[in-house]
Design a protein. Structure first.
Length: 452
């Protein structure tokens, strides 16, 4: 079976990674603005100051989306462009930017899929306690209300949070991302809890105030354990690895997804986190568990596991010389089969791949084009696996390639290029890569041009 008739094909970006214009029109500072200013935190001292200058070039970028043939564009809103202090005064200029972007997208025949939060947390709120503050879920809900009041007459697809595992784990536990904190586990888990309540309140806000029927999801992430063989034992070992909570880490699925879909933290997680687990009320758990329309999954890579003779889950070493992207992420296409399948089997919600893609050694060749055969091969291999999961009964509704254009790769600065469109960061010249044209053809055929 091929991709369903209404399957949605798109590409994704996020505000801080592409917009630049950090001081334009009264935008408030974010934790990422401050983090980039700290010596040694971002590769090469790179910052988001200009990025792809999308704030000033959004019309050109929408024209590129149209040229490629995207059906949908997933982008995030910069909270502090809309509310410079995070709460209170609304910036008409900031809101107006997204208002016009939505109009331009619709005029180009591209459906807007809006992510409310993709890591650029307002600095003013961080200084008041950030995600640890007990009011932080309400701050997020109030911001959501402003956005929904303005955009929901045209926007129907919403995602609350992008990759909570990252902005909590990397931002508050290991500190390699903004705001750069290394908190004790109990505080990390408290922040995570507030994040989940914020998600729930935002969903309620969208449902109550959207002017058009809303289609709502969120976009967690995580490497996918791939069973070494198709034996029931190895499949079960992979499933176990995917949902197991490990002490000292927030990199798992169950701690984040069980509350959202089942209204409870996993018992195994409560046990391993022990006294560090957050105190919560039944009402908070009810708030977190709001009906959603889809589960967004950001999936890039996986690792192989099998059931060991002693019954434990054994992670296999990567094979010598296995293919890796420029950023040294293992190329593991079956991750896009097993991830959607495990999540569908456990939570039963339609799946949208909200991110998938690779960083490559891309540059403009002497002939003026950007040849990126590795990306075409990567996407082909992963999408074949996604197609296989659909054929096996997983309800897969859409796919968003990460990312529309080369951009600011967080602590890695500008050195890794994930885009379908090459960006010369000195001149801001955009060049469609070969993969963009390939992807356009794939979209027009609804995936039929993928190899068997
Ligand atoms: O660039 C990031 C994105 O912001 C979140 N998901 C992973 C991408 C590649 O690292």
């Amino acid at each position: 079976m091929a991709f369903s008739k209404n399957f949605v094909w798109g590409a994704a970006t996020s505000s801080f990674q592409i917009e630049g214009a950090l001081e334009a029109d009264g935008r408030g500072r974010t934790v990422w603005d401050a983090f980039c200013e700290k010596p040694g935190k971002v590769h090469g001292g790179d910052t988001g100051a200009v990025a792809c200058d999308h704030y000033h070039r959004s019309k050109e970028d929408v024209a590129l989306m149209r040229e490629i043939g995207l059906q949908a564009y997933r982008f995030s809103l910069a909270w502090s462009r809309i509310l410079p202090e995070g709460v209170g005064q609304v910036s008409e200029a900031g809101l107006g930017f997204y208002d016009r972007l939505v109009d331009d997208l619709l005029a180009a025949g591209v459906q807007p899929w809006v992510t409310l939060f993709h890591w650029d947390y307002p600095l003013a709120l961080y200084q008041r306690g950030g995600w640890l503050h007990e009011d932080s879920p309400k701050w997020f809900a109030d911001y959501t209300r402003v956005v929904v009041d303005r955009l929901s007459d045209r926007v129907q697809h919403w995602m609350t949070l992008n990759e909570p595992q990252c902005f909590v784990g990397l931002g508050h536990q290991t500190g390699i991302h903004a705001p750069g904190d290394q908190l004790p586990q109990a505080q990390v888990l408290l922040a995570a809890h507030r994040v989940l309540v914020a998600h729930g309140l935002a969903v309620q806000t969208i449902r109550q105030h959207a002017k058009k029927p809303a289609v709502i999801g969120w976009a967690p992430t995580g490497d996918v354990p791939v069973p070494e063989t198709n034996s029931a034992a190895d499949i079960e070992a992979a499933r176990e690895a995917y949902y197991t909570v490990r002490n000292g880490s927030v990199w798992n699925q169950a701690w984040w997804l069980d509350p959202v879909f089942k209204g409870e933290y996993p018992a195994q997680g409560l046990e391993v986190y022990g006294a560090d687990a957050p105190k919560f009320t039944a009402e908070e758990m009810r708030t977190i568990r709001q009906p959603l329309d889809f589960l967004g999954l950001n999936i890039y890579n996986g690792y192989h596991v099998r059931r060991a003779a002693d019954g434990s889950v054994e992670q296999l070493p990567r094979q010598l010389g296995n293919p890796q992207t420029h950023m040294h992420w293992n190329v593991t296409p079956p991750a896009l089969y097993w991830g959607p399948r495990f999540q569908w089997e456990r939570y039963g919600l339609p799946i949208v791949i909200t991110e998938n893609g690779m960083s490559g050694h891309d540059w403009v060749a002497l002939d003026g084009h950007v040849h990126d055969p590795a990306r075409i091969d990567y996407l082909s291999r992963y999408l074949r696996e996604l197609r296989r999961s659909a054929a096996d009964g997983v309800d897969v509704r859409g796919y968003f390639q990460w990312t529309l254009m080369d951009n600011f790769e967080w602590a890695e600065g500008y050195r890794y290029r994930f885009g379908l469109v090459h960006v010369d960061f000195n001149t801001q010249k955009r060049t469609l890569k070969d993969s963009a044209r390939w992807y356009g053809e794939l979209i027009r055929s609804n995936g039929a041009t993928l190899p068997a």
